[in-house]
Design a protein around this ligand. Structure first.
Ligand code: PXP
Length: 246
Protein backbone atom coordinates (compact mmCIF):
# COMPACT_ATOMS: atom_id res chain seq x y z
CA UNK A 1 0.00 0.00 0.00
CA UNK A 2 3.00 2.26 0.62
CA UNK A 3 2.71 5.83 1.75
CA UNK A 4 -0.40 7.72 0.67
CA UNK A 5 -0.13 8.83 -2.93
CA UNK A 6 3.08 6.95 -3.76
CA UNK A 7 3.79 3.54 -5.18
CA UNK A 8 5.38 0.84 -3.03
CA UNK A 9 8.97 0.50 -4.26
CA UNK A 10 10.81 -2.76 -4.85
CA UNK A 11 14.52 -3.03 -4.10
CA UNK A 12 16.07 -6.20 -5.48
CA UNK A 13 18.93 -7.72 -3.52
CA UNK A 14 21.40 -9.31 -5.95
CA UNK A 15 23.82 -10.89 -3.46
CA UNK A 16 22.90 -14.42 -4.46
CA UNK A 17 23.96 -13.89 -8.05
CA UNK A 18 27.41 -13.27 -6.63
CA UNK A 19 26.97 -16.27 -4.30
CA UNK A 20 26.58 -18.45 -7.39
CA UNK A 21 29.61 -16.89 -9.06
CA UNK A 22 31.71 -17.43 -5.95
CA UNK A 23 30.69 -21.09 -5.73
CA UNK A 24 33.09 -21.70 -8.63
CA UNK A 25 35.26 -18.58 -8.30
CA UNK A 26 34.35 -17.70 -11.90
CA UNK A 27 33.59 -14.29 -13.34
CA UNK A 28 30.00 -15.22 -14.17
CA UNK A 29 27.12 -14.80 -13.56
CA UNK A 30 27.79 -11.08 -13.29
CA UNK A 31 25.68 -9.34 -10.62
CA UNK A 32 26.04 -6.02 -12.41
CA UNK A 33 24.71 -7.31 -15.74
CA UNK A 34 21.86 -8.95 -13.85
CA UNK A 35 21.14 -5.79 -11.88
CA UNK A 36 20.28 -4.23 -15.24
CA UNK A 37 17.86 -7.13 -15.88
CA UNK A 38 16.23 -6.53 -12.49
CA UNK A 39 15.73 -2.88 -13.36
CA UNK A 40 14.28 -3.88 -16.75
CA UNK A 41 11.83 -6.12 -14.88
CA UNK A 42 10.60 -3.22 -12.74
CA UNK A 43 12.97 -2.99 -9.75
CA UNK A 44 13.19 0.54 -8.37
CA UNK A 45 16.66 0.03 -6.99
CA UNK A 46 19.40 -2.45 -6.29
CA UNK A 47 20.42 -3.68 -2.87
CA UNK A 48 23.68 -5.44 -2.08
CA UNK A 49 25.46 -6.46 1.09
CA UNK A 50 29.22 -6.02 1.19
CA UNK A 51 30.16 -8.47 3.92
CA UNK A 52 33.36 -8.36 5.89
CA UNK A 53 34.36 -11.79 4.48
CA UNK A 54 33.32 -10.80 0.89
CA UNK A 55 31.56 -14.14 0.56
CA UNK A 56 29.43 -12.90 -2.33
CA UNK A 57 29.52 -9.24 -3.36
CA UNK A 58 33.04 -7.77 -3.56
CA UNK A 59 34.43 -4.25 -3.66
CA UNK A 60 34.69 -4.17 -7.46
CA UNK A 61 31.01 -5.21 -7.77
CA UNK A 62 29.92 -2.35 -5.54
CA UNK A 63 31.92 0.18 -7.56
CA UNK A 64 30.48 -1.12 -10.83
CA UNK A 65 26.93 -1.16 -9.42
CA UNK A 66 27.35 2.43 -8.34
CA UNK A 67 28.36 3.39 -11.87
CA UNK A 68 25.04 2.04 -13.20
CA UNK A 69 23.43 5.18 -11.78
CA UNK A 70 20.47 3.21 -10.54
CA UNK A 71 19.48 3.70 -6.92
CA UNK A 72 21.92 1.73 -4.79
CA UNK A 73 21.30 0.65 -1.21
CA UNK A 74 24.54 -0.65 0.31
CA UNK A 75 23.98 -2.95 3.27
CA UNK A 76 26.94 -3.10 5.58
CA UNK A 77 28.08 -3.57 9.15
CA UNK A 78 29.01 -0.50 11.20
CA UNK A 79 32.77 -1.03 11.06
CA UNK A 80 35.59 1.45 10.32
CA UNK A 81 36.42 -0.38 7.06
CA UNK A 82 32.84 -0.13 5.79
CA UNK A 83 32.60 3.51 6.80
CA UNK A 84 35.67 4.28 4.72
CA UNK A 85 34.20 2.44 1.72
CA UNK A 86 30.81 4.12 2.02
CA UNK A 87 32.32 7.60 2.36
CA UNK A 88 34.49 6.96 -0.70
CA UNK A 89 31.62 5.64 -2.78
CA UNK A 90 28.65 7.65 -1.53
CA UNK A 91 25.81 5.27 -2.45
CA UNK A 92 22.27 6.66 -2.30
CA UNK A 93 21.58 4.76 0.87
CA UNK A 94 23.45 2.79 3.48
CA UNK A 95 21.52 0.23 5.50
CA UNK A 96 23.33 -0.76 8.66
CA UNK A 97 22.96 -4.44 9.48
CA UNK A 98 24.41 -6.74 12.15
CA UNK A 99 26.96 -9.21 10.88
CA UNK A 100 28.25 -12.49 12.24
CA UNK A 101 30.79 -14.51 10.31
CA UNK A 102 29.12 -17.90 10.74
CA UNK A 103 25.56 -16.90 9.87
CA UNK A 104 23.95 -18.06 6.63
CA UNK A 105 22.08 -14.78 6.28
CA UNK A 106 21.41 -11.72 8.45
CA UNK A 107 19.78 -13.18 11.55
CA UNK A 108 17.77 -10.60 13.43
CA UNK A 109 17.98 -6.85 13.34
CA UNK A 110 20.74 -4.56 14.49
CA UNK A 111 20.39 -3.90 18.23
CA UNK A 112 20.46 -0.10 18.06
CA UNK A 113 19.66 0.23 21.78
CA UNK A 114 22.76 -1.73 22.76
CA UNK A 115 25.04 -0.07 20.22
CA UNK A 116 23.68 3.46 20.52
CA UNK A 117 26.97 5.13 21.53
CA UNK A 118 28.93 3.51 18.72
CA UNK A 119 26.25 4.12 16.11
CA UNK A 120 25.61 7.78 16.83
CA UNK A 121 28.93 9.16 15.43
CA UNK A 122 28.88 6.54 12.66
CA UNK A 123 25.47 7.69 11.43
CA UNK A 124 26.44 11.35 11.78
CA UNK A 125 29.42 10.82 9.46
CA UNK A 126 27.32 9.10 6.81
CA UNK A 127 24.65 11.78 6.96
CA UNK A 128 27.23 14.57 6.79
CA UNK A 129 28.41 13.00 3.51
CA UNK A 130 24.87 13.24 2.13
CA UNK A 131 24.14 9.51 2.39
CA UNK A 132 20.64 8.46 3.43
CA UNK A 133 20.87 6.14 6.43
CA UNK A 134 18.60 3.21 7.18
CA UNK A 135 18.77 0.88 10.19
CA UNK A 136 17.75 -2.75 9.83
CA UNK A 137 15.94 -3.45 13.10
CA UNK A 138 13.45 -5.85 14.62
CA UNK A 139 9.89 -4.52 14.92
CA UNK A 140 10.26 -3.71 18.62
CA UNK A 141 9.17 -0.52 20.36
CA UNK A 142 12.56 0.29 21.98
CA UNK A 143 14.41 -0.29 18.72
CA UNK A 144 12.14 2.07 16.80
CA UNK A 145 12.34 4.70 19.52
CA UNK A 146 16.15 4.54 19.53
CA UNK A 147 16.36 4.66 15.72
CA UNK A 148 14.50 7.96 15.92
CA UNK A 149 16.91 9.23 18.60
CA UNK A 150 19.78 8.27 16.32
CA UNK A 151 18.19 10.44 13.64
CA UNK A 152 18.26 7.74 11.00
CA UNK A 153 16.31 8.63 7.87
CA UNK A 154 14.77 5.19 7.49
CA UNK A 155 14.32 1.99 9.38
CA UNK A 156 14.05 -1.32 7.58
CA UNK A 157 11.85 -3.65 9.58
CA UNK A 158 13.13 -7.22 9.72
CA UNK A 159 10.35 -9.42 8.37
CA UNK A 160 12.23 -12.70 8.86
CA UNK A 161 10.25 -13.79 11.89
CA UNK A 162 7.00 -12.98 10.11
CA UNK A 163 8.15 -14.90 7.02
CA UNK A 164 9.16 -17.96 9.04
CA UNK A 165 5.97 -17.95 11.08
CA UNK A 166 3.60 -18.60 8.18
CA UNK A 167 3.64 -22.34 8.84
CA UNK A 168 4.88 -24.25 11.83
CA UNK A 169 5.08 -27.99 11.26
CA UNK A 170 2.72 -27.68 8.30
CA UNK A 171 0.07 -25.73 10.21
CA UNK A 172 -0.72 -22.01 10.16
CA UNK A 173 1.70 -20.35 12.60
CA UNK A 174 1.74 -17.12 14.60
CA UNK A 175 1.71 -15.09 11.43
CA UNK A 176 -0.94 -12.65 12.55
CA UNK A 177 0.98 -11.81 15.71
CA UNK A 178 4.19 -11.10 13.76
CA UNK A 179 2.29 -9.07 11.18
CA UNK A 180 0.69 -7.03 13.96
CA UNK A 181 4.16 -6.26 15.38
CA UNK A 182 5.34 -4.95 12.00
CA UNK A 183 2.19 -2.90 11.63
CA UNK A 184 2.60 -1.36 15.07
CA UNK A 185 6.30 -0.62 14.55
CA UNK A 186 5.50 1.08 11.23
CA UNK A 187 2.90 3.26 12.89
CA UNK A 188 5.24 4.15 15.72
CA UNK A 189 8.04 5.02 13.28
CA UNK A 190 5.83 7.18 11.08
CA UNK A 191 4.67 9.09 14.17
CA UNK A 192 8.34 9.90 14.82
CA UNK A 193 8.95 10.95 11.21
CA UNK A 194 11.02 7.89 10.45
CA UNK A 195 10.51 6.47 6.99
CA UNK A 196 9.93 2.73 6.76
CA UNK A 197 11.22 -0.06 4.53
CA UNK A 198 10.82 -3.78 5.19
CA UNK A 199 12.50 -6.98 4.12
CA UNK A 200 13.99 -10.40 4.73
CA UNK A 201 12.46 -13.75 3.91
CA UNK A 202 9.71 -12.27 1.77
CA UNK A 203 8.47 -14.45 -1.08
CA UNK A 204 5.72 -14.41 -3.69
CA UNK A 205 3.07 -15.52 -1.18
CA UNK A 206 3.93 -13.99 2.16
CA UNK A 207 4.74 -10.61 0.61
CA UNK A 208 1.10 -9.70 -0.03
CA UNK A 209 0.15 -8.88 3.56
CA UNK A 210 3.31 -6.80 4.05
CA UNK A 211 2.70 -4.96 0.78
CA UNK A 212 -0.71 -3.90 2.07
CA UNK A 213 0.66 -2.22 5.20
CA UNK A 214 0.18 1.53 5.19
CA UNK A 215 3.33 3.55 5.68
CA UNK A 216 5.91 1.13 4.23
CA UNK A 217 7.79 2.73 1.33
CA UNK A 218 9.96 -0.06 0.00
CA UNK A 219 10.37 -3.81 0.19
CA UNK A 220 13.85 -5.25 -0.19
CA UNK A 221 13.74 -8.77 -1.52
CA UNK A 222 16.52 -11.09 -2.62
CA UNK A 223 16.49 -14.83 -2.22
CA UNK A 224 12.98 -15.65 -3.46
CA UNK A 225 13.43 -13.54 -6.60
CA UNK A 226 16.86 -14.94 -7.43
CA UNK A 227 15.58 -18.49 -6.81
CA UNK A 228 12.61 -17.87 -9.12
CA UNK A 229 14.92 -16.43 -11.75
CA UNK A 230 16.54 -19.84 -12.20
CA UNK A 231 13.21 -20.98 -13.64
CA UNK A 232 11.94 -17.93 -15.51
CA UNK A 233 14.86 -15.50 -15.80
CA UNK A 234 15.48 -12.48 -13.60
CA UNK A 235 13.50 -9.94 -15.59
CA UNK A 236 10.39 -12.11 -15.40
CA UNK A 237 10.96 -13.00 -11.72
CA UNK A 238 11.08 -9.30 -10.85
CA UNK A 239 7.97 -8.64 -12.95
CA UNK A 240 6.12 -11.34 -11.04
CA UNK A 241 7.16 -9.85 -7.69
CA UNK A 242 6.08 -6.41 -8.87
CA UNK A 243 2.68 -7.90 -9.67
CA UNK A 244 2.52 -9.59 -6.26
CA UNK A 245 3.18 -6.37 -4.34
CA UNK A 246 0.73 -4.35 -6.42
N1 PXP B 1 17.09 -6.58 3.80
C1 PXP B 1 18.25 -6.80 4.48
C2 PXP B 1 18.72 -5.72 5.41
C3 PXP B 1 18.98 -7.99 4.33
O1 PXP B 1 20.11 -8.17 5.02
C4 PXP B 1 18.52 -8.94 3.40
C5 PXP B 1 19.30 -10.19 3.18
O2 PXP B 1 20.53 -9.90 2.61
C6 PXP B 1 17.33 -8.67 2.69
C7 PXP B 1 16.63 -7.49 2.93
C8 PXP B 1 16.77 -9.62 1.69
O3 PXP B 1 16.41 -10.81 2.32
P1 PXP B 1 15.98 -12.07 1.44
O4 PXP B 1 17.19 -12.47 0.64
O5 PXP B 1 15.58 -13.08 2.45
O6 PXP B 1 14.85 -11.62 0.56
Amino acid sequence: MAVKGSKLRLGVNIDHIATLRQARREDFPDPVALAKEAIAGGADGIVCHLREDRRHINDADVKRLHRLRTRLDLEMAATPEMLRIALGLRPDMVTLVPEKRQEITTEGGLDVVRHYRRLKPFINKLKAAGITVSLFIDPEKEQVKTAALLQADFIELHTGKYARSAYVRGRPGPLKRELAKIKLATKQARAKDLRVNAGHGLDYRNVRAIARLAGVEELNIGFSIIARSVVVGLRQAVKEMRRAIG
